[in-house]
Design a protein around this ligand. Structure first.
Ligand code: ARG
Length: 354
């Protein structure tokens, strides 16, 4: 742990151009704390800088140019249900910011954190016959706890959480807390009649944050959406909402035979619809080509600081017209730098009742 702490602290002091003597002092202090207690405590500055670096090092993220703008909330002292729920609501409210989405992370105590069972703070239910198949397991867990949904395609899942030493509970958000965008296409009124919508802010709540040898198991974080995440993947993947046939009808395509290229056309129009619906509702969203441009800028800035940009190519190449972006045309080293975000191990992710 000390080795990892040292690497992180040294990086912080160098990058932030801080006092060398103070760094030595801090390291001595950390060493003593680890020897005495088996762990150490980040200062607020360390927590803030560490969370930002975790974003900068996230190989799958195309939005990393904005890593410096992350708002970091230190929630390590939270111990009661009420405090916890209000910190979650405050995250959603501040991050949504009436549609002008701000990147936020709320970090809970590393060794006795409240536990969150949701994949994202806001997510739609998945039932056998409708909704988001990705969320079937969390939906079952909610039902097991006594929660009942409306059985629609877009029921918002409750927050499912557990305070240390307490039982698992669920909590329904007040409905005015959750911003959603109805999907329409200016040229095809039939699309709006499908009643599609999506929530404004993706807040990932199932990953570990690691900083300098310390793991934070509960640290929900968000940016804003890139259009393809919703239009290409969530709406169109055959194992998600699988909407291509339905949407194509709304766009008046009468054949979806491969060689008509209408599948491709429908996909492009759906992206157009999602993007412009978000904009019409004054909710932040970036298109894939702009996001890729911003990523190029990020790569140039990192190169200027002599830092290598690691990445996962299959995630950085957008799933629509990838060859129109520069990151399609070169490779990335998929090495994990610390600090970073990690998927949780399988054992800790299953249904706690089965
Ligand atoms: N792809 C995920 C979703 O569709 C969200 C992942 C995070 N995305 C982001 N733009 N920060 O819900």
């Amino acid at each position: 742990m000390y080795k990892e702490a040292k690497a992180f602290i040294e990086r912080m002091y160098i990058e932030c151009d801080l006092n060398k003597a103070e760094m030595e002092e801090r390291l001595t202090h950390i060493k003593r704390e680890i020897d005495a207690t088996g762990t150490y405590t980040h200062t607020q500055d360390e927590l803030t800088f560490g969370a930002k670096l975790a974003w900068r090092n996230s190989n799958r993220c195309i939005g990393r140019a904005h890593w410096r703008s992350l708002n970091v909330v230190d929630a390590r002292d939270i111990s009661s249900d009420t405090q916890f729920l209000s910190s979650i609501e405050s995250h959603i409210k501040e991050a949504t910011n009436d549609g002008n989405v701000k990147p936020y992370i709320t970090i809970y105590h590393p060794s006795h954190p409240p536990r969150i069972y949701n994949n994202q703070l806001i997510r739609y239910t998945g039932y056998e016959d409708c909704g988001d198949p990705m969320e079937k397991r969390v939906t079952q867990l909610a039902q097991h706890l006594g929660w009942q949904g409306k059985h629609s395609d877009f029921d918002i899942l409750p927050l499912i959480y557990q305070m240390p030493g307490d039982t698992i509970k669920y909590y329904n958000y007040p409905s005015d807390l959750i911003k959603e965008v109805p999907i329409a296409h200016p040229n095809y009124p039939k699309l709006a009649q499908l009643g599609l919508k999506w929530y404004a802010v993706p807040i990932i709540s199932n990953m570990d944050l690691q900083i300098g040898g310390i793991t934070y198991p509960t640290a929900p974080f968000n940016g804003w959406y890139m259009v393809t995440e919703i239009a290409v993947r969530n709406f169109t993947d055959s194992y998600r909402y699988n909407l291509l046939p339905l949407v194509a009808q709304a766009f008046n395509f009468n054949s979806l035979k491969n060689n008509t290229f209408n599948k491709d056309r429908a996909l492009v129009e759906l992206n157009y619809a999602v993007y412009h619906s978000f904009k019409a509702n004054k909710v932040s969203m970036v298109d894939h080509l702009t996001a890729a441009k911003q990523f190029e800028t990020f790569e140039r800035t990192e190169a200027k600081h002599n830092r290598e940009v690691t990445g996962k190519w299959s995630w950085l190449a957008p799933p629509l017209s990838p060859t129109l972006t520069s990151n399609y045309h070169h490779g990335y080293k998929h090495a994990m730098k610390d600090p970073n975000f990690y998927y949780k191990k399988k054992e800790s992710r299953g249904c706690p009742f089965h």
